[in-house]
Design a protein around this ligand. Structure first.
Ligand SMILES: Nc1ncnc2c1ncn2[C@@H]1O[C@H](COP(=O)(O)OP(=O)(O)OP(=O)(O)O)[C@@H](O)[C@H]1O
Ligand SMILES: [Mg+2]
Length: 244
């Protein structure tokens, strides 16, 4: 049952170990409705593993991953609750954007009428009938986001959504994410690019070597560091000496 008094997303003491060692240790943070939370950290920090645990794709060794107070696996209609973009690859190149969305809608048991709506939401109506093989990276990202929106979720989880986007694509993404959160949606997005996140996020969670090393409103991070978020980030992630 959906519990609206709980945060939209909550990681509680998540831990995951792979053969190579601990990937995620004691990771806790909430994502509330109306907020955009940027999950930051260098390559290998544990961002994707954390996101995969929140979406029930990786079982934590300990801790809990909750969506409105319930594990993802217990949601009765998960695609109408959480939309996720994990990897914009894996799109069938011979299909058109519209065909891809129709297949995804059928798989998600979402009415085909949603296809035209989400195409419009990501501004891809004009290109909808062209094969995906001719799409730019930015258009592929939009199709991936459209797929996540099919179930009209109020929570979006985006792993590295800015990868490969040009400045116009970034601005588009920023505006869409802002509008989604301003409409009461909750967004968790990851990036290893500080500038991408600092233009979108309300709150930042910084991970380093599997652990959360900072979790605070973006404005507080800026205030406490004379606006120099990069220095703060590099110091926390242990790369500060490299830029001195
Ligand atoms: N399936 C797996 N098997 C073994 N090790 C894994 C697996 N998935 C992740 N890891 C390891 O866990 C650690 C965290 O990886 P993860 O992909 O979560 O980091 P990330 O923060 O998403 O990095 P990036 O910015 O490169 O995407 C890394 O050391 C990685 O090699
Ligand atoms: Mg990753």
């Amino acid at each position: 049952m959906t519990n609206f008094t709980s945060p939209a997303i909550e990681a509680r003491d998540l831990r995951k170990q792979f053969a190579g060692g601990a990937a995620v240790e004691d990771v806790s943070f909430p994502v509330s409705s109306g907020r955009v939370v940027g999950l930051l950290g260098p390559n290998g920090a544990g961002k994707t593993t954390t996101i995969r645990m929140l979406l029930g794709l990786v079982a934590p060794d300990s801790g809990t991953a909750l969506i409105h107070g319930n594990p993802y696996a217990e949601l009765t209609d998960p695609l109408s609750v959480v939309g996720a973009v994990l990897d914009a690859g894996g799109l069938h190149p011979g299909r058109s954007g519209r065909q891809h969305l129709r297949v995804a809608a059928a798989q998600a048991r979402v009415g085909a009428g949603r296809v035209d709506k989400v195409l419009a939401e990501v501004d891809l109506t004009a290109a909808a009938d062209r094969p995906i093989s001719g799409y730019s990276l930015g258009m592929r990202q939009r199709i991936a986001i459209a797929t996540a929106l099919l179930g009209a979720p109020r929570i979006l989880v985006l792993d590295e959504p800015a990868n490969g986007l040009d400045p116009a694509g970034m601005r588009w993404l920023r505006q869409r994410i802002r509008a989604f959160a301003d409409g009461g949606g909750a967004v968790l997005l990851s990036s290893h690019v500080l500038s991408d996140v600092s233009q979108i996020a309300d709150d930042i969670v910084i991970m380093q070597a599997g652990r959360v090393v900072a979790d605070l409103p973006l404005a507080d991070a800026l205030d406490a560091n004379d606006g120099d978020l990069e220095r703060f980030y590099l110091e926390l992630t242990g790369a500060g000496s490299a830029v001195r």
